[in-house]
Design a protein around this ligand. Structure first.
Ligand code: NAG
Ligand code: NAG
Ligand code: NAG
Ligand code: NAG
Ligand code: NAG
Ligand code: NAG
Ligand code: NAG
Ligand code: NAG
Length: 684
């Protein structure tokens, strides 16, 4: 016994010396921890025989080529339009280079890790192997200690720094266990979340929450003269010239994302079908796709989800007899607390659609973020006891998401990794449509976005919405039938904000503006330029993008970004929305009651349902789905109804104006089904 202790001590002393004095000349520090959060305490050395599960993250290649690959299959002038990629081809295109894989493996084997112990992850992003602590310490010229988390009591191995041969470093993102301490650490975002917990509540922060009016008027379901009072399925069909469908192609379905305790009620769907769409049989309901414990519906009218009921009631009249696939994301407990996270479960959703995303590394984020995303199994009583779903569901051709937050609420690296995933699924033919938000150029005041919902030292900088600013998705804004207008008028719609007032209107402002993270994508560059040239907004601007490399793990400092220019909006960021659709005075049933509702939440399922119908037409003639929409939308703006009235106020301004051509209020405009159909059927 005495002898063993002595041995151990000798090893410690020896390694300590090696680290201080004798790190070989061919290696360099790869990562070094700058400081230790007071939450963590460094404890004993990890015993040398203890086995560690090592992962070596390989530098991915070609991430920068994603835009070009996506354009190649979605730009209508490309000879490869519509030739979507298989999941395997997507993995291959972005996998680390052969040289990276070979050289890292050679280094591991030479350093004493037998080749047969090394496995390569399914997404090709990293090597994994078991090693004793002694082996790992020799490999990385480091020492591992136990670190104890004072909050959870959890213990994990980590080191202060580790070394990698100079010529290998360029191939490696990072190694775990390494310097990272992975229990939910005190991050900027979680501090803000804690503060937000004390704030006034869900309604104001839930960006795309459904807005309702009291004592709604009930109009005749077939009367097209009252569409300025209540938008019925007949009004939507008339506005956008959408005929009833008769087909249900087996390879088509409209995907709708729900979370945050948004459960539909069959009673409400049936009331709606009975009043408005007798061609849809009673009992019709979505195809369930429950993710990590999600549940579809509720029978209690007091638990009826206004968002879920709205999305489904708007989409069915357009797509029926085609199906809706309802992706219900996260277990009940996680959904109930999701108003604190700002992540809306998008990462767990994407994991379930694409197994390779579960462990995908980009921007120094690997897999889900332990400080932001829910881990499964969920240990809470009643939580999802299964493991995280990875690649469980095939994505539908079109996915409608009436959820989102602000760019400023989440780390840029987190957003960019997720944005890359929209690109990868776009390559596979999936269209993502996100609501542009209901608070104009700002956000609702709250703890995270401050008392004005706007950014910067003077709380006046416009606050763009996420994830719609990701250039690989389609952002959808909201319009309304202008009071007194008829659907048969040449320009019946304006932007949803209605300064003149209207007796039955819900008063909100459709989200729009310019990203602080993503540059203007080429597909919309001439449109944004035209907007600035012909309708220069009456505000000072800045021209800056949050740099990739300086902000790992941090919230974007938009105030610093805007600098001292005094500008309040970005002149070089991606513009949103791309398109729009009606989002005001929407007739629906919720909790057994008739109501009028609205929001970009309503616009998004309408536009998504139209795209599903266009895909249906394409599939029926043997073509594939459109996939990523934006390049073809901007290539043929005449197939949309240009909206030229209205604004999107916020941050103490009247916001931007809807004008001829693209604008950061209504985008290119609302759908014209026959024109869209003709155009998309003409494409290969
Ligand atoms: C989040 O939702 C839960 C359950 O509805 C509620 O108890 C809590 O107060 C909400 N938190 C915030 C910050 O709104
Ligand atoms: C549906 O897709 C599958 C797989 O791509 C294909 O084999 C099948 O032919 C398609 N069905 C129809 C009716 O097009
Ligand atoms: C429409 O819904 C109401 C309940 O809001 C119901 O009383 C009425 O019978 C329905 N009308 C039709 C034509 O189905
Ligand atoms: C990722 O981390 C490595 C090592 O800490 C660093 O050198 C690199 O700049 C980081 N990359 C990004 C994109 O943040
Ligand atoms: C709508 O809201 C804005 C800002 O809160 C307010 O200035 C305007 O008077 C409201 N309009 C109506 C018709 O209520
Ligand atoms: C990071 O910040 C430094 C100093 O602020 C700056 O010189 C550098 O260009 C930034 N890096 C990037 C990639 O923007
Ligand atoms: C439906 O409306 C009635 C009458 O206004 C009200 O008493 C009831 O609470 C409402 N139901 C729900 C689920 O909100
Ligand atoms: C829309 O704007 C045009 C041009 O400014 C104007 O002539 C028209 O009256 C406006 N329409 C409505 C309904 O306000």
């Amino acid at each position: 016994m005495a002898n063993m202790r002595f041995c151990l001590l000798a090893v410690v002393v020896l390694l300590g010396c090696v680290e201080a004095l004798a790190v070989p000349a061919h290696v360099e520090v790869h990562e070094k921890r700058q400081s230790l959060s007071p939450r963590w305490t460094k404890r004993d050395r990890v015993e040398s025989h203890k086995v560690l599960q090592m992962r070596v993250g390989l530098t991915q290649s070609n991430l920068g080529n994603g835009y070009e690959h996506l354009m190649d299959v979605s730009n209508p002038t490309s000879p490869n339009f519509g030739k979507h990629w298989s999941p395997e081809r997507v993995i291959d295109a972005f996998r680390p280079s052969k040289q990276t894989e070979d050289e890292v493996k050679e280094w591991l084997v030479k350093s004493g890790i037998p080749a047969k112990r090394i496995t390569h992850s399914d997404n090709k992003g990293w090597f994994a192997f078991f090693a004793t602590t002694e082996e790992a310490e020799n490999l990385l010229h480091t020492t591992y200690h136990e670190y104890e988390d004072s909050v959870t009591g959890g213990v994990m191995p980590a080191c202060e720094e580790y070394h990698i041969p100079k010529d290998i470093r360029k191939h490696i993102d990072y190694v775990t266990p390494g310097i990272k301490l992975l229990a939910p650490v005190e991050s900027h975002a979680s501090k803000k979340r804690d503060a937000a917990l004390a704030s006034e509540g869900l309604a104001k922060r839930n960006l795309h929450g459904v807005l309702k009016v009291e004592n709604p008027p009930y109009t005749d379901p077939n009367d097209l003269d009252t569409c300025d009072v209540a938008i019925t399925p007949a009004c939507v069909a008339a506005l956008y010239n959408i005929p009833l469908s008769i087909s249900s192609h087996p390879n088509n379905s409209l995907g709708i994302f729900e979370s945050e305790l948004q459960f539909y009620t069959q009673q409400d769907l049936d009331l709606f079908f009975d009043n408005y769409t007798q061609y849809i049989p009673q009992g019709t309901h979505p195809v369930p796709a429950n993710i990590d414990g999600g549940q579809q519906s509720t029978e209690d009218p007091f638990e009826a989800g206004g968002e879920a009921n709205l999305d489904i009631q708007l989409a069915y009249p357009i797509v029926y007899p085609q199906t809706i696939t309802l992706y219900q994301v996260d277990d009940f407990i996680v959904q109930a607390n999701q108003n604190d996270t700002y992540t809306f479960g998008f990462n767990t959703f994407l994991d379930a659609l694409d197994g390779s995303y579960c462990s995908f590394s980009a921007y120094n984020e690997t897999g889900n973020d332990p400080t932001l995303d829910q881990a499964y199994p969920d240990p809470e009583i009643g939580g999802w006891a299964g493991s995280l779903m990875c690649g469980t569901y095939k994505p539908t051709n079109v996915i409608s998401l009436s959820y989102g937050g602000q760019e400023s609420d989440l780390p840029i690296t987190y957003q960019k990794r997720q944005c890359l995933e929209y690109m990868k699924l776009g390559l596979q033919g999936v269209s993502f449509l996100f609501a542009s938000g209901d608070a104009g150029v700002g956000n609702y005041p709250d703890n995270i976005d401050g008392p004005t919902g706007c950014l910067g030292p003077n709380l006046d900088i416009f606050n763009p919405t996420w994830p719609g600013t990701c250039p690989y998705v389609t952002s959808v804004g909201a319009t309304k039938v202008y009071p007194g207008s008829k659907v048969t008028d040449p320009h019946p719609e304006s932007a949803v904000y209605d300064p003149a007032g209207h007796p039955y209107s819900v008063n909100y402002s459709s989200g729009g503006g310019f990203s602080n993270i993503y540059p203007i994508p080429e597909y919309q560059a001439s449109f944004v330029k035209d907007f600035f040239d012909k309708h220069n907004p009456p505000y000072t601007s800045y021209s800056a993008l949050s740099p990739d490399l300086n902000v790992t793990g941090a919230l974007p400092d938009i105030g610093a970004l805007a600098g001292t220019s005094g500008g309040i909006y970005n002149r070089i960021g991606r513009g949103i929305p791309d398109v729009s659709a009606n989002g005001d005075n929407i007739a629906m049933y919720n909790g057994g009651n008739f109501t009028l509702s609205g929001g970009t939440s309503a616009s998004t399922p309408i536009f998504s349902a139209v795209v599903t119908r266009i895909n249906e037409e394409r599939l029926n003639v043997g073509k594939g789905p459109i996939g990523f929409l934006n390049p073809s939308l901007y290539a043929n703006p005449g197939m949309l109804n240009d909206i030229i009235n209205g604004t999107n106020p916020g941050c103490g301004t009247v916001g931007f104006s809807a004008v001829e051509g693209w604008d950061p209020v209504t985008g290119l405009g609302t759908p014209n089904f026959p024109k869209m159909k003709e155009y998309y059927l003409s494409l290969p």
